[in-house]
Write a protein that binds this ligand. Structure first.
Ligand SMILES: C[S@@+](CC[C@H](N)C(=O)[O-])C[C@H]1O[C@@H](n2cnc3c(N)ncnc32)[C@H](O)[C@@H]1O
Length: 266
């Protein structure tokens, strides 16, 4: 499934590494993932450890389980690639669903963040599931090798996603809905705004189905409120004084609002 990011030949497991016929060698980490990111820049990539840990705690508490169920309901066969899988919450659900509906199938998750993939390795998957640090604009898997791709709150490279899917392959994309987390924004900002409308067109894909999932969640402890804030991009864009406003918030009723788009590659 995985290919060498340098020469594009298939990667095979050999001892503690993945090796290709061009003799490029990639170590498998202690946790079990492989880093296939070609960039050797020391700049950190993707979500950092703090954001990843906050997201993992928040998601494990089940607040987005309805979203995970909706994604899994739309998965009927594999292999499935979770592009920008983060700490693996959705990938774990997908892999377990595959164990029921397509047990001989497999799954794979990629993310540019090493911390996120490291967390993802700790989850319990249903079918064989590989994890790699990689960029969604240069996905290290062969052409037409996945029946389904998933992208949740993440950037999508249309060309690259189309390349890795089989003909008529499925893409499930989740983006924040108009009202998503509006109460959290109001608790922090003076002029909180609803999310702008979203253009769901994707080159090379035909929209087959769309879901509008909207519900209220009660966050009844400071830790959950803090985790939700830290896992969002707002955290890094908010001044210290605005961040302080959440310190004393011990419970909050918050709207979760997701648009879920199901496409077919054409
Ligand atoms: C908002 S998080 C969503 C993570 C996961 N899909 C979820 O919903 O829990 C966005 C993720 O995209 C990853 N990411 C951002 N740019 C990326 C890129 N160019 N290639 C791969 N992953 C990327 C980040 O590291 C982060 O894990």
């Amino acid at each position: 499934m995985l290919i060498c990011p340098i020469c594009k030949n298939p990667l095979l497991k050999s001892g503690g590494s993945y090796v290709c016929s061009g003799n490029h060698n990639f170590d498998i980490s202690r946790r079990g993932y492989v880093n296939l990111l070609c960039s050797r820049s020391s700049k950190s990539h993707g979500d950092d450890k703090r954001m990843t840990a906050a997201r993992s705690s928040f998601l494990n508490a089940g607040y987005y389980s309805r979203l995970r169920d909706c994604i899994c309901d739309n998965i009927t066969c594999g292999p499935v690639l979770d592009i920008c899988c983060g700490e693996g919450y959705y990938l774990e659900g997908i892999s377990r669903k595959l164990a029921v509906c397509a047990p001989d199938s497999s799954a794979c998750g990629i993310d540019i963040s090493k911390s996120a993939i490291d967390f993802a390795c700790r989850r319990k998957y249903g079918v064989q599931t590989e994890l790699a640090v990689a960029n969604c604009t240069n996905i290290p898997v062969s052409d037409s090798s996945f029946a389904c791709a998933v992208s949740v709150f993440a950037p999508v490279s249309e060309q690259e996603t189309k390349r890795i899917l089989i003909k008529n392959g499925c893409l499930i994309r989740v983006v924040p809905g108009r009202d998503h987390l509006i109460e959290l924004k109001r608790a922090v900002y003076e002029h909180a705004q609803l999310n702008p409308s979203f253009d769901n067109s994707l080159n090379g894909f035909e929209l087959k189905n769309a879901f509008n999932l909207r519900y209220k969640m009660r966050l009844d402890n400071t830790e959950a409120v803090k985790n939700l804030f830290v896992m969002t991009p707002y955290y890094y864009r908010t001044s210290q004084s605005d961040q302080q406003k959440l310190r004393s918030v011990s419970s909050l009723d918050i709207t979760a609002h997701f648009y879920i788009f199901v496409y077919r590659s054409v």
